[in-house]
Design a protein around this ligand. Structure first.
Ligand SMILES: Cc1cc2nc3c(=O)[nH]c(=O)nc-3n(C[C@H](O)[C@H](O)[C@H](O)COP(=O)(O)OP(=O)(O)OC[C@H]3O[C@@H](n4cnc5c(N)ncnc54)[C@H](O)[C@@H]3O)c2cc1C
Length: 437
């Protein structure tokens, strides 16, 4: 079998926000960049942003579970998880700079300007979502309109609902795939359906990567390799390349929705996460959110018959989403399994967040009898190749030229939307690499 050989200044593995940002910045600086992604570019396909689509492009057809039963949605495609995210933007937590000396303020501010990140206009935040936020504010919690990577003016027919988590069909939501496009315009090359299997190195310096595409093996050489295959993909690739500690322990911003029903219309036909509130002291974040209509019964049935029957009132449901600042536990294992047990502290965080969510829903008009919590899910697999443990503050591994730039690098649970922080890290890493040569 002939072996395809490629060479570049930098190889970027993965095209989510981490990989897309580094690739775009390096290409614009005149570097020869190769982007390799295991998935395909599904944008514009008839199924993009539909339920069958979500099954086509999510790992294990959306049925990826941890050993403890947490469902993880992990899109394998150009743009990575930004193809299915809620489009929320959060500035990095202050502890990133204080505890880990990672200062990405300039890069984050530049991104906020460039992508026009701001909350949706009041009339687009949703009547029921705003009702939840007002109830919370009346109870003394400082909910705020959530800044978004979402600009309705980019769309001819802005129509964002819970289903926008299947993929954005109206075009309002920014997707990292757009920065892949810009990297290509600046000269980068993108290879899709490519599974990178191993990083090539001699124990001191990186040499390139080895993988397969369309049944053919290939080798690509470069003095810099940036692993950006996400919180699950990156540790797996590093494990296969001799990094035994990769994937030991992980964070997930363990997530769950608390639901209650009202007689007026609920939040199902409103954009996701238009209002939020962070309680850093108690380690959780709350936002407005509901499962998309067809996914709702899959979650509700695991709680009981009564919650399942509320499916018929789906458009009358109010949902408060809890994101926990979970401790580092479990991990991503080389046998393909993932584990994410909750610690006692996590359970205490969850109990506090649940009590506040229930109080807010009652204040917003949901009878106590209608309130229930769905099973936990894992929306932000991260912290599997942590700064401080496996990476220095420049995101470099112990191997010269080998860097990691994605959610796996987080030293602790971010407990808030990840993408703006990942972009900030990507821009800073690109500057670092450009300066080096
Ligand atoms: C439903 C949902 C809603 C979310 N909402 C928000 C939100 O509103 N705001 C926010 O900030 N965050 C949100 N997130 C989280 C956010 O989208 C992710 O944390 C973020 O995209 C992670 O970026 P990344 O670069 O680490 O990896 P990913 O986006 O996961 O990208 C990894 C890429 O690597 C590729 N890959 C994997 N393995 C290999 C391999 N071996 N070889 C080649 N390529 C490989 C994949 O195909 C993928 O393109 C949400 C996530 C989900 C699932």
């Amino acid at each position: 079998m002939s072996l395809l050989k490629l060479t570049a200044d930098a190889i970027v593995i993965g095209s989510g926000p981490g990989g897309a940002t580094v690739a775009r910045e390096l290409s614009r600086a005149g570097k020869k960049v190769i982007i390799l992604d295991k998935g395909a570019d599904h944008r514009g396909r008839i199924y993009y942003g539909t339920y069958p689509g979500a099954m086509i492009y999510s790992d294990k057809m959306s049925l990826l579970f941890t050993k403890e039963g947490l469902n993880i949605i992990s899109p394998i495609m150009v743009g990575g998880a930004t193809s299915m995210y809620c489009g929320c933007a959060a500035v990095p937590p202050v502890w990133l700079k204080k505890r880990y000396r990672i200062d990405i303020d300039n890069e984050v501010n530049e991104t906020i300007q460039e992508l026009n990140i701001q909350p949706l206009l009041p009339q687009l935040r949703g009547i029921a979502s705003t009702r939840i936020a007002q109830a919370a504010i009346q109870l003394g919690y400082e909910w705020y309109p959530q800044p978004k990577f979402m600009n309705p003016e980019r769309s001819k027919n802005f129509h964002c609902t819970a289903a926008c988590m299947l993929g954005c069909r109206c075009g309002a939501k920014w997707n990292a795939a757009e920065w892949v496009d810009e990297a290509l315009e600046a000269g980068a090359a993108l290879y899709t359906h490519v599974k990178v299997k191993k990083i090539l190195h001699d124990g001191r310096s990186v040499q390139g990567v080895e993988g397969s595409a369309g049944g053919k093996n290939f080798i690509a050489h470069a003095p810099y390799v940036v692993v950006a295959a996400g919180g699950i993909g990156s540790p797996r690739l590093l494990q296969a390349s001799g990094f035994k500690d990769a994937g030991k322990g992980m964070t997930m911003d363990v997530t769950v929705m608390v639901y209650g029903t009202i007689s007026d219309k609920g939040i199902g036909k409103e954009p996701p996460m238009t209002w939020s509130w962070e309680n850093d002291a108690d380690g959780y974040m709350l936002s407005t959110l509901i499962d998309p209509w067809l996914l709702y019964p899959l979650a509700a049935v695991r709680v009981g018959v009564k919650p399942l029957l509320q499916w018929f009132q789906w458009n009358h449901i109010l949902g408060v989403m809890i994101k926990l600042k979970d401790d580092i536990t479990g991990g991503v294992y080389s046998d393909g399994t993932i584990s994410k047990p909750l610690t006692q502290k996590d359970k205490e965080r969850l109990a506090k967040a649940r009590a506040v969510s229930e109080a807010i829903l009652k204040k917003a008009g949901a009878p106590a009898s209608s309130i229930f919590m769905r099973p936990l899910i894992g929306t932000h697999p991260s912290g599997t190749v942590r700064v401080g443990d496996m990476l220095d503050t420049n995101l470099r591994t112990k191997i010269d030229g080998l860097y990691v730039c994605d959610a796996s690098t987080f030293p602790e649970s971010l407990d808030r939307p990840t993408v703006l922080t990942i972009i900030g890290l990507g821009k800073r890493l690109a500057k670092h690499l450009i300066k080096k040569r």
